[in-house]
Design a protein around this ligand. Structure first.
Ligand code: FAD
Length: 290
């Protein structure tokens, strides 16, 4: 039987979508059109990233505010500890709560210059675990945190990275969303290691449908995700064929999601890069319908 891996999927899946705050009017138009396209799939939440070093603070806030005012979607606001005191972070969190935001994706963030070691703000939260505890002390936010199936580059070893995730969970995180990855096996191993220590904690795979492998490589280098050789080969010779690249991207991500589904995964978080088509197509194949 050559039925695709996701042929069994029957609408028992919950999805969420990640967007970044737009920098220009043209980007805003793309974003809101994408949101309109994806909204009928009824994501359980849509998250809005927080630019490196808090650079998008105002734009993240504005995007989240518009989601609340103009859509029926549940927003999750990303928040990082970089370059801000606890007081500043706490005040952002209180503003979000007052606005009606009930879900925060709590992150440490990265140093302003790539390659530098992370140094916390002298009066700031030292890491994501501290941020989670701080947020929980402010209001009963639902909190998601980041997890790294292929280990975060700052971690001494896989065990200490796992311990770090456990600290975030113990501080009150409700779920972990993973960095993108391209091996279902790698995700399953990671999920099982977490489950052995904290049974029942939700580990949601972060799915990046890749249609531009060069761009992904740049990003992967900074975040400890590996680009397998086969992924490069898949895109060889397609530089000038964007439509073909999209089809390849959907096939690869669809197959990964099918493998994850077969392994029991029922929650998927999509890194949309503010584009609807790939996420929409993959959700459709997974049986997530308007
Ligand atoms: P933490 O969990 O605090 O830790 C990072 C690593 O440092 C750990 O894995 C651990 O190995 C080590 N570490 C931390 N504390 C200790 C300790 N006490 N002892 C030993 N080791 C320790 N970045 C943004 O700027 N904006 C965003 O919106 C954003 N969204 C993201 C969403 C998701 C789903 C993911 C996976 C990542 C996102 N990032 C974002 C990237 C993230 O900020 C970086 O990966 C950052 O380097 C780590 O953040 P963290 O919250 O995982 O940090």
């Amino acid at each position: 039987d050559h039925a695709p891996l996701f042929a069994e999927a029957r609408g028992d899946i919950a999805v969420s979508f990640e967007f970044f705050p737009p920098r220009t009017d043209a980007m805003a138009e793309t974003l809101w059109r994408s949101i309109e396209t994806l909204a009928p799939l009824r994501p359980r939440f849509v998250s809005v990233t927080y630019g490196a070093g808090g650079t998008t603070r105002t734009r993240t806030h504005a995007t989240v505010r518009r989601l609340i005012r103009e859509t029926g979607l549940t927003p999750a606001a990303h928040l990082t500890c970089v370059g801000a005191s606890r007081m500043e972070i706490d005040s952002i969190a209180r503003d979000y709560w007052a606005l009606g935001v009930r879900h925060i994706v709590a992150l440490r963030g990265d140093p302003p210059e790539a390659g530098q070691a992370y140094a916390p703000h002298p009066e700031g939260y030292a890491n994501a675990a501290e941020l989670v505890a701080g947020l929980k002390a402010i209001a009963p936010f639902e909190i998601s945190v980041a997890a790294y199936p292929e280990v975060h580059p700052d971690a001494n070893c896989p065990d200490s990275d796992l311990d770090n995730l456990l600290r975030k969970i113990d501080a009150g995180a409700d779920r972990a969303i993973t960095q993108f990855f391209f091996s279902a096996e790698c995700f399953f191993r990671f999920r099982d290691r977490v489950a052995a220590k904290r049974p029942g904690v939700e580990i949601v795979p972060g799915i990046l449908p890749v249609s531009n492998v060069g761009q992904t490589r740049k990003f992967a280098g900074q975040c400890g995700a590996a680009i397998p050789a086969w992924l490069d080969q898949m895109f060889e010779g397609l530089d000038d064929l964007p439509a073909a690249r999209q089809l390849v991207a959907a096939t690869i991500a669809g197959e990964l999601c099918g493998q994850l589904y077969a392994g029991g995964v029922r929650q998927f978080h999509f890194y949309t890069l503010n584009r609807a088509e790939l996420a929409y197509a993959i959700c459709h194949m997974l049986g997530v319908r308007a």
